[in-house]
Design a protein around this ligand. Sequence first.
Ligand SMILES: C[S@@+](CC[C@H](N)C(=O)[O-])C[C@H]1O[C@@H](n2cnc3c(N)ncnc32)[C@H](O)[C@@H]1O
Length: 293
Amino acid sequence: MFELMAADLGAGVVEDHAPRARGALVDRGDEFGWHCFMMDYMTGPLADIDRMPRGGPDASCLDRLLETDRLEYLDRDSDRPADVARKRSVIRALEWAGERFGTTEKFAEIALAEVADVADPKILELGAGHGGLSRKLLDWHPTAHLTTTDVEAASVEAMADSDLGRHPRATVRQMDATAIDAPDGQFDLAVFALSFHHLPPSTAARAIAEGTRVAGKLLIIDLPRPPSPLHLLRLATMLPFAPVFPFAHDGVISSLRTYSPSALRALAAHARPGIELQLRGGLMSPQVVVARC
Ligand SMILES: C[S@@+](CC[C@H](N)C(=O)[O-])C[C@H]1O[C@@H](n2cnc3c(N)ncnc32)[C@H](O)[C@@H]1O
């Protein structure tokens, strides 16, 4: 059963040279996606970084097997009502889980600690999905200004139609984390929560370059990539639910696609020389990355 489900989810694909994953960006009609796609075949460094395993350049053989180029429901570019509804259900489940398990509050604490010395911080949230983190930051910080964004038009529309869209200190916009439409140094902090693993390596590096360009600090919070035996255990607990619940399906793929600390270091080095990286996080707790130029 495990093997069948793993096959369905595409586990066991050793390399994320992932034309399909890059294709997700290309499918959205994103010019940068095409640019990267072309550059991957034209230059050395991008080709190399896209061959990097999610476990990093030093990943073990087993870790290299725990990858997939299968897309999450959230990444599938489809206008079919059933697919749109499935995406919305994953976003709603993420919002519910963030509230229910306290991760939204935890992420807000982490974010606010990064701007503790700024009087009226300007914060950019990338890949906000439902906007729960932005709401919490606005609640907890009386003078913070939030620009809440996502690449997905339906999510942006839903956030703009909510209380977030009417908040006097919030702006809701559609934005791609890999091509941020803002001048250098516009924000004190850019936050990208539970989203970084959606990006294949060359575009992930691009998001680091962009986040550190527009903000004094880029905070990435994502799933940890535990040592392989523990990772297998985590996958085994989630797999039985994957065919039934879209949230679990995307959770399994997220787990297979999340980057290790050594991969994150390689991505930052590829993004731009001289980016300073702080990494923290436990074995099972979220991985926290603070990047700055
Ligand atoms: C798993 S959800 C996380 C939502 C929310 N941040 C949370 O913590 O629950 C990932 C989000 O990243 C967004 N995303 C994926 N690629 C992106 C990109 N290139 N730029 C901005 N957002 C992106 C997706 O649309 C989705 O809303």
